[in-house]
Structure formats: C-alpha cells, structure tokens
Design a protein around this ligand. Sequence first.
Ligand SMILES: [Zn+2]
Length: 155
Amino acid sequence: MFEKFGEVLYGCGSYDLIEVKPRLEYIARHIKFQSKEKWCKNEFVITVSEAADEFKCECGTSEHYGMVCSHALKVMIHLKLRELPVKHVLKRWTKDATDILPPEYLRYQKDHGPLKYSSRRHNTLYLLALDVVKLGDSNVEAYALAEEKLRHVKV
Ligand SMILES: [Zn+2]
C-alpha cells in the first residue's frame, strides 16, 4: 500500500488545481489536458467538507479502491494537511489491520511472532494451502476450482 500511495503522490504532479470555492471546491486539471485524447477525462471536481476531513472526487477512486486519488491528495497538499484525514485511511491499510482478522488466522500475520505450530506436518499443509491460494488467484476458473476443492477438503 505504501508503494501504491507513492504512485498516487507521484500522480499529483500531473495536475494543476483550480480553486472554485476556497477550501471547499477545486478542479484538478491534467497538465497536458489539451494533448490528452478527447475520450480521456482531464478534469475532476473535488469537494471538501467544511472540517476538511472528507474529500470527494468525482473520479470515484476513493469509493472504489479505498485509496485516496491523486486529485483529492493534490487538494490535501494544497490545504497543507499534515496527514491523511482518518476517513481516508481504511483500517486494512494500517498497522492495526491485524485486529480485524478472525482470531484463528492471527498466527499467520507476519508481525505476529513465530508460529505456535511449528511441526513439519503443519508447515507442509500450510505451504500447500498457500500454493493453492496463489494458483487460485491467477484467473476466475482457477479461483472457482481452488475454492471448490478447498471446501471439499474442509468437510
Ligand atoms: Zn480523483
């Protein structure tokens, strides 16, 4: 996520801000807006809540991915916010994300110390299951097959 945020931050450099209503509404316009293809949207309206703790951009990236977009971040920087507003930091992107995992999976968190079950049988099964998860991620058919087989194994 840190890497993704870096990309978003880098993306800010491609936009100029136009102030519509001071501290409340801005337009982020791509610096090459005239050279970009016509079908490509070059301007995005960003609205800011009065407390400056919520930024809504018409690109919808934030709602869709839970990650702030370059346009809203550009406005945050313009307003000299020193950190991302809490509403824009999803728990799953934070260091506290572990406490939303069900307790039976906690031991698999990287930062949760050594595994309690360090037997060879456990490790073999665990690595095998991880391989199935990795393969299941490759496409829709693989996912369906992996899910079906895992469920079958579980019962
Ligand atoms: Zn946006």
